[in-house]
Design a protein around this ligand. Structure first.
Ligand code: SF4
Length: 284
């Protein structure tokens, strides 16, 4: 039996592997089909053939942060900015509900216009109007107290991708004011409060090494999130990273397959690799 096949079989069996073996898997392509097939079997055993849909409402693209890779970073003056009122968000939920969506993801940049009081008001209105729906938030890094308030008001889930789990790499992708330890602490706080937590990382981001990807997997093993979302890094022209190449679909699919073997229970998003349409009709 060849060694790569053995690594894949063992990853399925033990849900983990030595760093050296994961590195071989990431850097070699001659057993990709077997990796995909094995991951697909695990997916079918855990989730059947079902695809769970989420109604994603991107309610604001303002952000106070300046992540170097992001198209809506605060320094990008070419973006046309928008933010939705509570009623506009509720309208999106009504439309989504009529289309059979039963999970709403309220997502925005870190927009200071939405105070804790306003966010709690929005969450409680969605909760009041859509009692049988799950509400997932994706509004960035907040204090423990804020997360607790959103949870008490009716939010169930929270998405916060760590993007990269290794300090030196993190500092190459973010300005000095941003801090990986804080982001990780946010994720553990969310778990402690009782949220269904989602995290994840970019594949093929600038300066990323195989070791960085392995660190991402190890961090997820520590966090044990309920949901994992990864996607290829996509270059945006109006960022300091305009000259970098996109992450590849092949490496993204490979990382999704490795994640499926390591986290068979997790809800793993297909949207970022394959494209989907949110409730406002824009391609994600
Ligand atoms: S915090 Fe999120 S939305 Fe804001 S700049 Fe960074 S990646 Fe973009």
């Amino acid at each position: 039996m060849d060694y790569i096949k053995k690594i894949i079989d063992n990853l399925k069996l033990y849900k983990t592997a030595k760093d050296d073996d994961i590195k071989i898997l990431i850097e070699n392509n001659n057993r990709n089909n077997y990796l995909y097939k094995t991951a697909d079997e695990v997916r079918r055993n855990n989730y059947g053939i079902y695809v769970y849909t989420r109604g994603l409402i991107e309610f604001s693209n303002y952000c106070k942060n300046d992540c170097f890779y992001c198209g809506i970073r605060k320094s990008n003056s070419f973006v046309s900015r928008y933010s939705l009122s509570k009623n506009e968000i509720l309208d999106c939920c009504h439309e989504g509900y009529s289309l059979d969506f039963r999970t709403f993801v309220l997502q925005s940049g870190e927009d200071l216009h939405y105070s804790n009081d306003l966010l709690c008001d929005i969450i409680s209105s969605v909760r009041h109007n859509f009692k049988d729906c799950a509400i997932t938030l994706s509004v960035g890094e907040k204090s423990y107290k804020s997360y607790k308030a959103y949870f008490s008001t009716g939010a169930n889930g929270y998405l916060l991708r760590h993007e990269t789990a290794e300090n030196e790499h993190y500092s190459k992708l973010h300005p000095k004011e941003m801090n990986l330890d804080n982001r990780k602490e946010c994720l553990f706080n969310l778990k402690k409060i009782g949220y269904q937590v989602g995290s994840g990382f970019m594949v093929g981001s600038p300066y990323q090494t195989t070791e960085n990807l392995i660190a991402d997997l190890r961090f997820l093993q520590e966090l044990m999130p309920d949901m994992i979302g990864i996607g290829p890094y996509i270059t945006h022209n109006e960022t300091p990273f305009a000259k970098f190449k996109n992450g590849t679909l092949e490496l993204t699919l490979k990382m999704i397959s490795i994640l499926r073997l390591m986290f068979p229970y997790a809800l793993i998003s297909a949207t970022t690799a394959l494209g989907t349409i949110n409730l406002q009709g824009r391609e994600l």
